[in-house]
Design a protein around this ligand. Structure first.
Ligand SMILES: NC(=O)c1ccc[n+]([C@@H]2O[C@H](COP(=O)([O-])OP(=O)(O)OC[C@H]3O[C@@H](n4cnc5c(N)ncnc54)[C@H](O)[C@@H]3O)[C@@H](O)[C@H]2O)c1
Length: 341
């Protein structure tokens, strides 16, 4: 039997990871520890095998709560919990520092106290900053830290705390850094679910700046498989960059989705750019391919088709998440330019 402790498992990627983990490791019992912030959604956990999945509501920055939920003999902590949206970190960074940095440190301390075998930190390519636009440069594991947003800086700080726990206390840690994920159950503040949910409602689609920023997209299940492999085979103290060699300009993403839904380009509204907006992310995944034998299963076309189908079939899920916190944020962020919801 494997005991796994997954934080942030009611969010987009964490819930996909729990689905994958239950199927991949039939002997796994999972504690899903999640504070259910605006981004945490119990609907994301529907249909999971309750005999092997235990949900505990709690805050990773709350030491007592973490220790109460974390059993001795736990095989691994997978730390997906985070404040994850760059624009919110630009508005106000306090929660990002508390969850992403302090929360990670609390989990690292608890891992030592409970004798957890391996700590897997889910990080982001954004800790490495922004690349030039000319296609010649890629992020690899030797790229330096250059976080540009408060979100990215908090995730970089978390990576440093993980590194320090490895170096100082010999904790067995692995850090994965991926690019932009897409797939089912992503909160519609992020680009792809935002434009899917707006397009499905025939509402204007806000696009930052000139729409030419480049992101390296990965289907969420492909990312989760790489995290599983990093747990199974990753080198202690290792960092693995995970990318599907799939760079796309934001405008290209918008146009692909409008075309797939047969919606007009006239829905696009260019809005004031995000302050400090990183221009290009692109990951060189050679290490994860070579050392962990990982390859993405989905192409951009197949992953996008699955994503579009999921959102088109789950309009109730969309309606429920487009309430309170989402509506307020949307109005602050885009209301003046595209109108509030
Ligand atoms: N979404 C992406 O494209 C992307 C890319 C790179 C890295 N990541 C990283 O992957 C992880 C998961 O991202 P996501 O997109 O699923 O995020 P998400 O915002 O969808 O989910 C975050 C989850 O964490 C929970 N949470 C937040 N604060 C918490 C706290 N203090 N204690 C316990 N739970 C808390 C929320 O309730 C939510 O369920 C994050 O660490 C993020 O930095 C995401």
């Amino acid at each position: 039997m494997q005991k796994l402790f997954v934080t942030g498992g009611a969010g987009f990627i964490g819930s996909a990871f729990i689905r994958l983990a239950l199927a991949r490791w039939p002997d796994a019992e999972i504690t899903n520890f999640d504070a259910l912030t605006y981004a945490g959604n119990p609907d994301n956990l529907k249909g999971l095998d309750d005999a092997r999945h235990r949900f505990v509501r709690g805050d990773i920055a709350d030491r007592e709560a973490v220790l109460a939920a974390l059993e001795a003999g736990t095989d691994a902590i997978f730390n997906f919990a985070a404040e994850s949206h760059v624009d919110r970190s630009i508005e106000r960074a306090d929660d990002f520092l508390r969850t992403n940095i302090l929360g990670t440190q609390v989990l690292l301390d608890a891992a030592r106290e409970r004798g957890v075998r391996r700590f897997v930190q889910i990080s982001t390519d954004e800790v490495m900053g922004s690349l030039p636009e000319d296609d010649s440069a890629f992020f690899n594991e030797e790229s330096g830290y250059a976080p540009n947003s408060p979100y990215a800086a908090s995730k970089a700080a978390a990576e440093h705390m993980v590194r320090a726990a490895r170096h100082t206390f010999g904790l067995d840690t692995v850090t994965t850094r991926c690019g932009n994920n897409y797939g089912p159950r992503q909160f519609p503040e992020k680009l792809i679910p935002l434009l899917l949910s707006n397009a499905l409602h025939d509402e204007p689609i806000p696009v930052y700046g000139d729409g030419q920023n480049v992101r390296d997209w990965i289907y969420v299940e492909d990312h989760c498989r790489a995290v599983a492999l990093a747990y199974e085979r990753g080198e202690a103290g290792g960092i693995y960059n995970i990318g599907a060699r799939n760079e796309r300009r934001n405008l290209e993403v918008v146009e692909s989705i409008l075309a797939a839904l047969d919606k007009p380009r006239s829905l696009i509204r260019y809005v004031k750019d995000r302050p400090g907006h990183d221009r290009r992310y692109a990951i060189d995944p050679s290490k994860v391919e070579r050392e962990l034998g990982w390859q993405p299963v989905e192409t951009w076309e197949s992953g996008l088709a699955k994503t579009i189908t999921w959102y088109a079939e789950n309009t109730e899920w969309i309606s429920r998440v487009r309430g309170g916190a989402y509506r307020d944020f949307y109005a602050r962020q885009y209301g003046a330019e595209v109108g509030a919801k």
